[in-house]
Design a protein. Structure first.
Length: 209
């Protein structure tokens, strides 16, 4: 516990920054190998581009899309795997791509209107969350690292540590509901409760094993 308090004091003044907004794409895979992930990220980004280009005039050619997704790994903020559907691929790769980078790609392909609409729709907000399941300094570092790479978190300010948890003030690039929706898809933090405020806490989260 003393190690957690020490880290809390050390890191309290360090801002956790992330990019404003993201696009989520999916691709089927049969393994979690590096080789298959590389190709799947390109497919996931291509799916994002094709989805965002719908209804905005002429869609980009397959050759233009293929060229645009060559460096898909550079634009990934985070990714995870979930089980595929019965009779299909073993897994689905779910990747979140940097919103600013994807917006530039869309504009370069002549479908930038979708990017502008998305950026305008994202309203910054703040939330106070309690994160439990922190039993040692390693758990604390894992939480801080997760918040640091989450593209919906502009700043994370630890407020206090107690027992096996800590109180954190978050500055978000989207609504708290959108933030909770995204982390609910992942496996680092689980949403224990959300909605009604209890003792100034907007949501209670828990670090997953």
């Amino acid at each position: 516990m003393r190690a957690i308090v020490f880290l809390l004091a050390l890191l309290a003044s360090w801002p956790v920054l992330a990019a404003p907004g993201s696009y989520t794409g999916e691709a089927p895979v049969n393994s979690q190998s590096d080789e298959e992930r590389s190709g799947a990220l390109k497919v996931a980004l291509a799916n994002v581009i094709l989805e965002q280009s719908g209804g905005e005039g002429a869609a980009p050619s397959s050759a233009d899309v293929a060229k645009a997704v060559e460096q898909a790994e550079r634009y990934v903020l985070q990714y995870q795997y979930r089980r595929g559907s019965e009779g299909g691929a073993k897994y689905m790769l779910v990747a979140q791509f940097d919103g600013a980078a994807v917006g530039r790609i869309l504009r370069r392909l002549g479908v930038g209107g979708a990017a502008a609409e998305m950026e305008a729709a994202e309203e910054p907000s703040e939330a106070t969350v309690w994160i439990g399941g922190i039993n040692n300094a390693g758990d604390y570092a894992r939480v801080i690292a997760y918040l640091g790479r989450n593209n919906f978190v502009r700043n994370a300010q630890p407020m206090q540590a107690r027992g096996d948890g800590m109180l954190v003030r978050l500055s978000l690039t989207a609504s708290p509901a959108r933030f909770l929706e995204v982390i609910g898809m992942e496996r680092t933090l689980g949403v224990v409760s959300s909605g009604a405020k209890v003792d100034g806490v907007d949501a209670t989260l828990a670090l997953t094993p």
